[in-house]
Design a protein around this ligand. Structure first.
Ligand code: CAA
Length: 263
């Protein structure tokens, strides 16, 4: 059982097909120290091996923060170019692991999502913000640039102009503005509750199609329109070969809800 796994800084709760991974260091506003990053990576590996899990939600413990960034108290150990590059690559690996999962990943942003915390939310597929959430990339105020994917994923999500404004000013964006710029998909009083509702909607759809959509979008972002359309046609072809496609069409024609098996 996933929820019986013991971690120091991460907690997993599983209810049927929904797994919730909570970053649990509220005394440091859930900042990502090296141990926490490594535990996230281990937890995500375990979640993905559980065939029952169809959606992963990532959130932060406590009222105040989703994740307030990389752990600044560990920065004193960093020396020079090589250490900095290693830290960035270590964080980027975990973010990449999350963004390339075959199941949907939803960030329930329950408070501050700053620096590495916003970068974690950006590695998820969909973001739900609490009304109290504050999102930003304040790295330049520390003499850094974002290192866990922020300079790359943020402009891809909201456009270069808005991303550069956020990064160059380091300002904290409130939930409503985040919604209006497409930085988050939903705003709700309780981010986790809304994230569960979004997860339920996704779980009604065919799992193979869900996974191939993610692959098509992800691979398409890294190529030309022409190349992306070829990827789409290939993956569309794969969905047509599934039992779930037959089930979806039959259910529609017979005016009944589809029951997908992931085959
Ligand atoms: N790392 C380590 N500890 C952190 C932290 C972080 N990123 N953010 C908060 N904390 C700790 C604080 O040091 C404080 O600990 P103590 O109680 O032991 O003093 C505790 O969490 C509570 O924080 P505050 O007292 O500061 O709470 P606040 O309400 O006054 O402010 C805040 C909240 C605006 C989020 C403020 O904590 C803050 O600015 N945090 C840092 C945000 C930041 O700069 N993040 C980017 C980090 S760099 C990065 O992420 C690089 C990258 O791209 C990978």
């Amino acid at each position: 059982q996933l929820d019986e796994l013991e971690f120091d800084n991460v907690q997993i709760d599983q209810h049927g097909p929904i797994a919730v991974l909570t970053i649990n260091r509220p005394r440091a506003l859930n900042a990502l120290n090296a141990d926490t990053l490594s535990e996230i990576a281990q937890a995500v590996n375990m979640i993905i091996e559980d065939a029952e899990v169809g959606v992963l939600i990532i959130t932060g413990a406590g009222e105040k923060a989703f994740v307030a960034g990389a752990d600044i108290s560990e920065f004193g150990d960093l020396e020079g170019v090589y250490d900095g590059r290693e830290l960035a690559l270590a964080g980027q690996d975990v973010m990449h692991q999350i963004s390339s999962l075959p199941i949907p990943v939803i960030a329930a942003v329950n408070g501050y999502a700053l620096g590495g915390g916003l970068e974690l939310a950006l590695a998820c597929d969909v973001r739900v913000a609490a009304t109290t959430a504050r999102l930003g990339l304040p790295e330049t105020s520390l003499g850094l640039i974002p290192g866990f994917g922020g300079t790359q994923r943020l402009p891809r999500l909201i456009g270069t102009g808005r991303a550069l404004d956020m990064i160059l000013t380091g300002r904290q964006v409130k939930a409503d503005e985040a919604l209006s710029m497409g930085l988050v998909n939903y705003v709700a009083d309780n981010a986790l509750t809304r994230a569960r509702e979004v997860a339920e909607a996704m779980l009604k759809n065919a799992p193979i199609a869900i996974s191939l959509v993610k692959e098509a979008v992800r691979r398409g972002m890294d190529t030309t329109l022409e190349g992306g359309l070829e990827i789409e046609a290939d993956l569309f072809g794969m969905t047509v070969a599934t039992k779930d496609f037959r089930e979806g069409v039959d259910a529609f024609l017979n005016k009944r809800p589809a029951e997908f098996q992931g085959e």
